[in-house]
Design a protein around this ligand. Structure first.
Ligand SMILES: [Zn+2]
Length: 267
């Protein structure tokens, strides 16, 4: 493992560490160091920003991989995201069992998070939402593609998860088991965004701030694309443009984060 002079672990090595840890064990350690309070704070703020920006309402959730143990993740108890406080954040293993529920009820669809973390060592945060402008693209064969550089993370268009392929044709549409979460994560592959037919979408990223950026701009891009389709045939970013734009924007997420955070603080 390479380490720099100050002792920090470079990004690629950190990913390697996570991949190794994920492969080594599916059983969480009995006791893990508490998560960084700054990570918990970002997660609480993210819940409120996503509500303020119209990505989540009474439903939807955001998680972060535990910064001290890659085999765990952090997610609120089952409640409206805008009301989440630090005391509502629970810890789960990657099978989505709570490590200490303390009587709190977890989200039914937490398996989305656990199963993606299992197979994507690059992913450190996940948003699941039912944001309204995205749904038409999940429910039709019209692809969601990047309308401008800000949405370069959409690449050549997200895959669509069809729950009937795993749950049959009489499910309640919820990803309520590890088996369904596994199928969803398989459909998502290496994409940053996944659409869920008859349901919503998932965003994944390397940090809480990046995943909030992607969830918000997926919704914005969907609105823009619908408007463009009313005028004519949109010209999307091609794959190379999308990849280059994503790389640039990944270095700029703190700017909109500061704005979105100030908006919720002022309310
Ligand atoms: Zn849902």
């Amino acid at each position: 493992m390479r380490m720099c002079l100050c002792g920090c672990v470079p990004r690629m090595s950190r990913r390697g560490l996570i991949a190794g840890a994920l492969a080594a064990t599916a059983v969480p350690a009995a006791a893990a160091a508490p998560a960084d309070p700054k990570l918990i704070d970002d997660l609480v703020v993210a819940n409120r920003i996503l509500y303020d920006q119209g990505v989540v309402d009474g439903f939807g959730h955001i998680s972060a991989r535990h910064d001290k143990d890659p085999n765990r993740y952090l997610l609120s108890r089952s409640m409206a995201p805008a009301l989440v406080t630090a005391g509502d954040i629970m810890e789960f293993d990657l099978d989505s069992n709570p490590t200490d529920s303390s009587g709190r009820t977890p989200y039914l669809e937490r398996f989305i998070h656990g199963e993606i973390y299992k197979v994507r060592p690059d992913v450190m945060a996940i948003v699941h939402s039912h944001s309204p402008a995205v749904l038409p693209f999940a429910d039709t064969h019209t692809p969601l593609k990047p309308m401008n550089h800000i949405a370069g993370f959409l690449g050549s268009g997200p895959p669509v998860f069809e729950i009937r392929g795993t749950a049959g044709d009489a499910s309640d549409m919820l990803v309520r088991s590890n088996n369904l979460g596994r199928a969803l994560a398989k459909t998502m592959g290496q994409s940053q965004i996944l659409l869920m037919r008859g349901h919503g979408s998932v965003a994944a990223a390397q940090s809480v701030r990046h995943v909030v950026f992607r969830a918000i701009y997926t919704e914005v891009n969907a609105r823009t694309e619908l408007q463009a389709m009313a005028l004519g045939k949109p010209v999307f970013l091609n794959e190379k443009e999308a990849a280059a734009a994503m790389k640039t924007n990944d270095g700029l997420v703190d700017r909109p984060w500061a704005l979105w955070k100030q908006r919720i603080a002022a309310k």
